[in-house]
Design a protein around this ligand. Structure first.
Ligand code: NAI
Length: 296
């Protein structure tokens, strides 16, 4: 089984933190990338940001100027899903919500060709459930990247009950061709990483609730003592509390309300306040102006 052809079209739906990272690496790997987002101008802004990242890589000597120009020229903002008709692979990175993902893939199935592969970057939703309403559920798998996409090597390739192993193998080989370290996994709640990571966040949040220490201290301890690259609070701020909370909710629900996965009221309050983390300028910590004063 081989990766999708170099130069073939990759459609990326959703141009937030994950979609823009996926678009960046797919274009750098030689694909024409069509990027779509329902937020007006979001795809254009993402492409401008990716261009700036390529320029930095050129400055650092990690990419040639010619490669950067060519990759930038392969990125196209789409004004609608109809422009995805020629995609060999669609990677969905929209909001973490089953109904929204199902509706999107139903629309896409009417547009893309029979051989197009559909992939979801969901963090935790059942790949089996996302595929269930499709006419060809065997063509959908999870292609779960990690944040930030260009830096994180791991990709979980998730097979649902109906997924064709050949499709999973193509996605696996495609991730490898893009310089990633893919692994195969079955569609279980949270897959591997987000399942194992739930207690990391939950215990940090419990410690904070019990006023054992502040977020910066807990993060520092987990970095310096635990050997983690990031502590739980800075990581939740990076991931986004909207995304992180809905992943916890979905794992909690999928495991019949197992108390080990109980979502945090403290985190819900951050969401209620609109403090989504880095992307909104404030989560447990503040970013940009006022960054000297840690939250919450
Ligand atoms: P984000 O909030 O940064 O971006 C999502 C984007 O999708 C937004 O720009 C939004 O306007 C757009 N969107 C929403 N509905 C849409 C639709 N129907 N069609 C087109 N665009 C639509 O979210 P983020 O963090 O990029 O997450 C996207 C997906 O990736 C989620 O499923 C999330 O669970 C998953 N994920 C997130 C990770 C993280 O660390 N943030 C890590 C791995 C996976």
């Amino acid at each position: 089984m081989a990766a999708i052809a170099t130069g073939s079209v990759v459609a990326v739906i959703g141009s937030g933190a994950m979609g823009s990272g996926i678009a960046q690496i797919a274009a750098a790997a030689g694909h024409t990338v069509r990027l779509f987002d329902t937020r007006a101008e979001a795809a254009l802004k993402a492409i401008a940001d990716i261009g700036a990242v390529y320029a930095k890589l050129v400055e650092k000597g990690k990419m040639s100027a010619a490669d950067a120009d060519a990759a930038r020229a392969r990125l196209h903002a789409a004004s609608g899903l109809a422009e995805m008709a020629d995609a060999a692979l669609v990677v969905e990175a929209i909001v973490e919500n089953l109904d929204a993902k199902r509706a999107l893939f139903a629309d896409l199935e009417a547009i893309v060709g029979e051989s197009a592969i559909l992939a979801t970057n969901t963090s935790s939703i059942s790949v089996t459930a996302i595929a269930a309403r499709l006419r060809h559920p065997q063509r959908l798998v999870g292609m779960h990247f990690f944040n930030p996409v260009p830096l994180m090597a791991l990709v979980e390739v998730i097979s649902g009950v109906a997924s064709d192993p050949a499709v999973a193998a193509t996605v696996f080989d495609t991730a490898a061709a893009w310089g990633k370290n893919p692994v195969h996994a079955k569609s279980t709640p949270g897959f591997i990483v987000n399942r194992v990571a739930r207690p990391f966040y939950a215990e940090g949040l419990r410690l904070l609730n019990e006023q054992a220490a502040d977020p910066a201290t807990i993060d520092a301890v987990m970095r310096e003592g635990g050997g983690f690259r990031m502590g739980p609070f800075e990581l939740m701020d990076l991931i986004g509390h909207d995304v992180n909370y809905s992943v916890t909710q979905s794992v909690f629900n999928a495991y019949y309300n197992d108390p080990r996965y109980t979502p945090s009221v403290l985190q819900q309050e951050l969401l209620n306040a609109g403090f989504l983390g880095r992307k909104s300028g404030r989560g447990f910590f503040r970013y940009g102006e006022g960054a000297a004063n840690p939250g919450p």
